[in-house]
Design a protein around this ligand. Structure first.
Ligand code: GLY
Length: 366
């Protein structure tokens, strides 16, 4: 994977400010730093550097991380957490560069401007879906909380922590169904904070279970348990895990269909990104105080075995130098269907690191 990432890095080195996104019409598709996925490639380079600390990997990890510097001032959407934590967060963890710390704390401040104390949650999108929504919060937002927890640790300012806890509490209450699955979008009233709609944007139907949404929820709840020690987040994560692994449509190789209720199962698209993100969360769950932790590790190992097989793992020199094939961005928007996506690669490498740490060091690894 280092060779593939370095080929990608060298291809983009001279393209000012550009970051890899996916493949379109057989060609590498790139973005600027404001696309929500801009932090994943720098994050991958940091994971590769952690495993193999060469000056070359460090140089490219720093170069692509610093392409996101302006993101710290973004206040018009919630993705600042994804973007900065994967890039600057990993960079700071591995280098202790004080400039990176400042970016993380400023970015957390920008993200916190989207918190509404009456609604008790961070607004995900300004987009209102042609006036259908007033204050849309999507399950993906759980991932952005990691930046807020980190910013409290780095700055000593507990405001970020409080915003994160308020957001996860409201999300757990409003976004989860009794069966352990979650809605993609919850729309709140700006007048009184009540729930107006429970919808989907990227899933098959409002009442279906969009697989990547389930992944964001499982991973997000697990990180909230890690950061707060509050067991209720872990219990909800375990319920969501049971939903995914006991579902009648869970495929044998554990690389989920793009939606658990997708209409053409078993002849429907898989989403390797959802599987990779869930695998990473499961490794973390297998290191905490849960009954039968080995079950979670075994699920994660099975996902990783599938993703590492030729069915999903691209050979060197193919797939635009992305690591994994067969991901889905958004079928309802007819975008990024059965393509590589940089976040699948990011969570795949993170999961590999966690697996390695667990297997090398015993039970503590995340
Ligand atoms: N956060 C957007 C997505 O998962 O597609």
């Amino acid at each position: 994977s280092t060779e593939q990432a370095l080929l990608m890095a060298k291809e983009l080195e001279q393209q000012d400010g550009r970051l890899p996104k996916s493949i379109k019409d057989g060609k590498l598709e790139t973005s600027d730093c404001y696309w929500w996925c801009s932090g994943f490639f720098p994050g991958e380079l940091w994971y590769l550097y952690e495993n193999n600390p060469t000056p070359e990997l460090k140089k490219y990890a720093g170069l692509f991380t610093e392409r996101l510097e302006k993101v710290q001032h973004v206040t018009d959407n919630h993705d600042v957490g994804f973007m900065l934590y994967c890039s600057y967060g990993n960079g700071y963890r591995l280098t202790q560069n004080p400039a990176y710390k400042d970016v993380l704390v400023t970015g957390a401040g920008s993200l916190s401007t989207r918190f509404n104390p009456m609604i008790k949650a961070i607004r995900s999108w300004d987009f209102t879906n042609n006036g259908k929504w007033q204050y849309p919060v999507i399950i993906d937002n759980m991932m952005n909380l990691e930046l807020l927890f980190a910013a409290t640790r780095l700055s000593g300012d507990s405001t970020f922590y409080k915003v994160a806890v308020s957001h996860v509490d409201r999300t757990m209450k409003e976004q989860y169904r009794p069966d352990g699955s979650c809605y993609h979008v919850v729309d709140y009233s700006m007048k009184d904070g009540s729930v107006r709609n429970r919808h989907t944007a990227q899933g098959y139907a409002h009442e279906s279970a969009w697989s990547r949404g389930q992944a964001w929820g499982i991973y997000g709840l697990t990180l909230c348990y890690r950061e707060t020690g509050d067991r209720k987040y872990l219990d909800q994560a375990l319920k969501a895990v049971r939903f995914m692994f006991n579902h009648k449509n869970t495929p044998e190789d554990l690389v989920f269909y793009w939606d658990m209720d997708a209409p053409n199962i078993p002849n429907d698209y898989r989403d390797a990104s959802a599987a990779a993100c869930i695998a990473s969360a499961l490794y973390e769950i297998s290191t905490v105080d849960v009954p039968e932790p080995q079950t979670y590790k075994a699920y994660a190992d099975r996902i990783m075995e599938s993703l590492a097989s030729p069915t999903y793992r691209a050979e060197l020199g193919t797939n635009g130098n992305f690591l994994l094939m067969h991901c889905v961005g958004s079928i309802p928007h007819n975008g990024e269907i059965d393509v590589p996506l940089n976040y699948a690669d990011y969570y795949f490498l993170e999961a590999l690191k966690r697996k390695r740490d667990i297997e090398q060091k015993g039970s503590k690894g995340c």
